[in-house]
Write a protein of this length. Structure first.
Length: 201
């Protein structure tokens, strides 16, 4: 008789593998991290990783796949707001705040190394960026129509620039000298978007 599968147990073990792998990939790099190390860090038997994931690349992708539902929920909390500039700044605060995770700088380095080698990973990252850019574009368009955001820049292009600023928080993060980039990011984007003549908050 086939053994029944407990979906909750599978989800818990996949999560344990993903989170353990994130720390190892960030610290030791993708190439130098083995499935046995990941399993050991997750408290599982050495063969468990490939029971729950097709290969090491799938484990690495799973780290970034987590961002899509998290960012979808973040966007849902802010997308219908009428105070569009503040909504944009709150989304940016949350996105830039992720760079404070100690594993973020190392994972960013490994992500950049892996993108050209894994089309599925590239698709995940592009989809995540598309969701965020679409939400920011919507808020920018609404804020421009209300007269609360400078109309001098095309919304979709501006959204991409905003996300580039967020990306810079990860690229410039220094684990040896951590600092919170959010006030500077918030001020930069606020000054970019405010109509001329409006006071800075």
């Amino acid at each position: 008789m086939a053994r029944s599968i407990d979906p909750q147990r599978v989800a818990e073990r996949r999560s344990a593998i993903t989170h353990s792998a994130a720390e190892l990939f960030a610290t030791h790099g993708y190439e130098r991290t083995t499935a046995a190390q990941i399993a050991r860090a997750a408290g599982l038997s050495s063969g468990s990783v490939f029971y729950y994931f097709a290969d090491k690349a799938a484990v690495f992708r799973s780290i970034f796949e987590l961002s899509i539902p998290e960012h979808t929920e973040l966007i849902a909390r802010h997308i219908d707001r009428t105070d569009c500039l503040d909504a944009i700044l709150d989304i940016v605060d949350a996105l830039a705040g992720e760079s404070l995770d100690p594993v973020a700088p190392g994972l960013m380095v490994e992500l950049l190394r892996r993108l050209d080698q894994d089309e599925e990973l590239t698709a995940v990252v592009l989809e995540d960026a598309r969701l965020s850019a679409a939400a920011l574009t919507t808020l920018l368009e609404r804020g421009i129509a209300q007269g609360h955001i400078d109309p001098g820049f095309e919304p979709a292009e501006t959204a991409r620039w905003i996300l580039s600023i967020v990306d810079a928080t990860f690229l410039n993060a220094d684990p040896e000298q951590p600092y919170d980039p959010r006030p500077l990011v918030r001020a930069t984007i606020s000054r970019l978007l405010r109509p001329i003549g409006m006071e800075d908050r």
